[in-house]
Design a protein around this ligand. Structure first.
Ligand code: SF4
Length: 350
């Protein structure tokens, strides 16, 4: 694992992004922002999963009016996601959001962009500039022919020139592409030049299965290289799942711990139990458990005792029974009918 790249620190509401702050997990609501109760209900579910910052789309002025009503009801920083119309950014700032997300590819007019930055500066509100392969500045696109990593970085560079002119630096950047490799290269290039905090993600990564794979590879490789300060997994799915996947990525890299880390085998002809069914039950029952534990559940005695002994608590199935291990020691052999209840009981007491 590489040493973490040092970046500036930016505070969004009460959340610190960058510097030595833990890598945060964020997501975006996919409800109609004007429907305050549905949006708040969804954000509450995201909060419960550990979401640390939430973004809502602000496509029109009516949505701006919902922002304070949503903010009042939630416990995490609220960021307004703005495209095309600079007036929506100014209005959102007036409504007291904790942060703005601006797409400089579709608010190209320098004077309008300046107005947004100056207004954020006056109110001391941070901005993330989200550079996206699907909405890159047309001039830059013409120069590079496609949204290459260099094109994404040049788009960010244009904004940085403006920020330096205004002398406002409470900002972060994201450089996202639908191509995993372009995203990785763009972020490596950006972080070799600048020390603004980076929000990582693969844009429009797709439905759950391919989306999880693309996000895990793209975000994972960058984090492993010490790049990235906050992450958002984009899925065409429930945003609660984005948060869950975000933590799994951080847990796999030992960057954050949240809830148990589960180890289970893929099963084979030696497996002594319907492990898929067992895991489903365990995952459901552990959904509310927020303890940092490694739990191994293994199908037979080949690798079972070894993994179960290494974990904080573990089960290795054998014929109609299973051995239960805790902190490296066998604490009992139980029937396969009651072993999961025993396991959960022990976890409760840990
Ligand atoms: S632990 Fe046993 S059941 Fe699981 S994959 Fe290995 S050999 Fe097969």
């Amino acid at each position: 694992m590489y040493k973490r790249e040092q970046t500036k620190k930016v505070k969004v509401g009460n959340l610190v992004i960058g510097g030595d702050a833990p890598i945060s997990v964020q997501s975006m609501a996919n409800t109609d922002t004007q429907n305050v109760s549905a949006t708040v209900a969804q954000i509450k579910r995201m909060e419960k999963e550990g979401c640390e910052l939430v973004r809502v789309a602000v496509p029109d002025l009516d949505s701006c009016s919902s922002l304070p009503l949503i903010k009042r009801e939630i416990n995490i920083p609220l960021v307004a996601d703005i495209h095309f119309d600079y007036k929506l950014a100014l209005k959102s700032l007036e409504q007291g959001v904790d942060g703005l997300r601006i797409n400089p590819g579709n608010i190209k007019n320098r004077e309008k962009l300046k107005l947004i930055i100056k207004s954020a500066q006056e109110k001391d509100i941070p901005i993330r500039f989200g550079i996206n392969s699907g909405s890159l500045d047309s001039q830059i696109l013409k120069k590079y022919k496609r949204a290459t990593p260099e094109a994404l970085v040049e788009s960010a560079q244009k904004v940085i020139t403006l920020l330096e002119e205004i002398d406002y630096h409470k900002v972060g950047f994201s450089l996202k592409s639908t191509s995993v490799t372009d995203t990785i290269e763009a972020n490596i290039l950006f972080s070799s030049k600048y020390d603004y905090p980076l929000h990582l993600g693969i844009t429009e990564a797709g439905p759950y299965f391919p989306g999880v794979i693309k996000s895990s590879i793209g975000i994972g490789i960058l984090l492993y290289r010490g790049i990235g300060n906050t992450i958002r997994v984009s899925l065409t799915d429930d945003p609660v799942k984005e948060v869950r996947v975000g933590y799994e990525i951080l847990k796999a890299l030992n960057l954050r711990q949240r809830g148990p880390q589960i180890i289970s085998c893929p099963t084979c002809a030696r497996c002594q139990v319907d492990l898929k069914e067992v895991m489903q039950e365990v995952e459901e029952k552990l959904a509310e458990v927020n303890k940092t534990l490694t739990i191994a559940i293994m199908g037979c005695m080949v690798n079972g005792p070894g993994e179960a002994r290494e974990a904080d608590i573990g089960v290795a199935y054998h014929k109609k029974t299973a051995l239960l291990f805790k902190k490296g020691k066998i604490i009992g052999r139980f029937s396969d009918q009651i072993i999961i209840d025993k396991l959960l009981e022990e976890i409760k007491n840990m």
